[in-house]
Design a protein around this ligand. Sequence first.
Ligand code: ZN
Ligand code: ZN
Length: 722
Amino acid sequence: MARAHVLLLNPALGPLDYRADRDHPVENGSIVLAPLGPRQLVGVVWEEDSLPSADQVGDNRLRPLLGVYDVPPLGAPLRRLIEWTSDYYLAPPGAVLRMALPSSSALDGSRTITEYRASGVAPGRMTPQRQQALDRIGRRQGLIRELATVADVSEGVVRGLVKAGAIEAVTVAIDTPWPLPDPDHVQPDLSDEQTLAAGTLSEAVREGGFRPFLLDGVTGSGKTEVYFEAIAAALRMGRQSLVLLPEIALTEPFLKRFEDRFGHLPVAWHSELRQSQRRRAWRGIVHGEARVVVGARSALFLPYRNLGLIVVDEAHETAFKQEDGVLYHARDVAVMRAKLEGIPVVLASATPAIETRHQAAIGRYTELKLTSRHGGAAMPAIDAIDLLVDPPPRGRWIAPTLVRAIEDRLARKEQSLLFLNRRGYAPLTLCRTCGHRFQCPNCTAWMVEHRLLGRLQCHHCGHMTPPPAACPECKDEDSLVACGPGVERIADEVALLFPEARIAIATSDTLSTPARAAEFVERMEAHDIDVVVGTQLVTKGYHFPDLTLVGVLDADLGLSGGDLRAAERSFQQIAQVAGRAGRGAKPGQVYVQSHAPGAPVIQALLSGDAQSFYDAETEARRVADAPPFGRYAAIIISAEKSEDAAATARMVARAAPRIEGMQVYGPAPAPLAMLRGRHRQRLLVHARRTLDVQHVIRDWFGALEWPRGVRVAVDVDPYSFL
Ligand SMILES: [Zn+2]
Ligand SMILES: [Zn+2]
């Protein structure tokens, strides 16, 4: 009898054994359907010795597998990656496996799917709900469930509209083949530096084997064009490439550049895909027909048939760190996948993370530098505005020097970008009469006023309330005042100063989908916008030749958090946003507003001497044994009752092993002491680089039991200290 050892798509379970058909044994990696109690679950056949079962079930008690899907098995490198990720980030292997497999519907071979869209026929009877559904659905197409979600109505309302003829069914083929991008569609126009770097990368792709590269190029130096040549090399060999991007909003401009170079779009993978698109993409990936995949971090775990190259663009971005579910860092996992697949990996950035620079410094990564801007554009001039010397008038945030600079740009028909990393109108609303502050009921956070949306919103849990007419505490009317600026308030200030200017706000609220981001890019390129006010979303990826002025409104903001990467992150953010200025023929000017223009971060930006800033930061990390020289793991304990979280946190601390080279700090209430209605306590483990911290934590926790309702999460290599 043949046994099949199967890892199921269920994070709560370890691998289970099943009976396989003796005449048709299943190979490792095969995707199968298996019974679990009364249910049927998808799973993957796994090596017994690499993921042992908790208990052996006798041959006579094994249940038979229900079927094997007709898709290629998950390759051994991906199976090893899933084990490594599970092991390193202390996550159940079933939870990691989920990222590799879509819903079972993509697995069965049916070649069509039924989607729905508005037919243009008005329903016989119109109700407010039906009207809302039709308005919001617009020209979208999708499953009934997807349309109901978009329209914020029940599936019953959408079904009613189908019956009434206002929504019609469409048959969509899901296995339409993907067009092959053409490596010779156009001949790229590269500088000498770019040609050299592109040659090295292409050679590495042709040779194969694990080679990590740091592609370190100043903003506007054309890093994308360089790694496009490596993709071209992979295409010529018939192999797949994966490009990871940090933000979904950035995909659309990227797709356009890709299409210009290769004649066809790559395959996109992100959370906004409809189910039919997701199925088609997954099937193209697993069969090897989707040659170039561009995606968010989740694209990293997909079962590529024939992967030849991984690129992580904007590799310094903290958006690559997954902050819920499996807490992994896509940049680090990408390097591990390349190692297991035996292929090159390229980390591209104008402001590489200290961790990455260190790998290059000690020779583990090959560094390729691009020191000048593409097409002969100059780097922008950067000047500080000392807010103590040159302050804006009371109640305003744009200093006179910056106002004059915007005025100049408007006169010359050039574009300006004002950067403030705060969404909404004001970060805090308070009552002038009694001092009441609007706080989220679920989180230790202020409610942020969003005037455009007409509501107060918590940026941590999404809780929303309409802006109240009176103070809930003292009942005074018209007593509420907005404190501090958000991007919307800055946009108001610009409108007041320059009533003629065409202003756009660019944040995750306004550019929430690839389509909206694409529309923003089109308007910028058509010069329908004079002044953009944006958050960190506009700091990267965009290339607007007429944008010649960048104003950083509050350079001190990022430094207030005080965690280990605060200075580095500030530097990266300001350098990236400054890099949007003067990318075309016209020179760029950057003004950085600060109360402390003498701070090392700002001095490094002004002098253009990034190296000495990084050297000083790296040295400070070395002295503190902070990453990359030492390592951290955060333990977050949460519960609905504050005392439950605190009691468990004390129990965890008491049980902490005493090990040479490791300290445990805490417990202490987390800075975000309450999040989504749960009280949070934190412990921080600080260990020597060489210590197997995961092993220590597994042993430590293995002897403990968590009370009901208490959750304990471990964040290995944490980026958030909240
Ligand atoms: Zn009040
Ligand atoms: Zn909240």
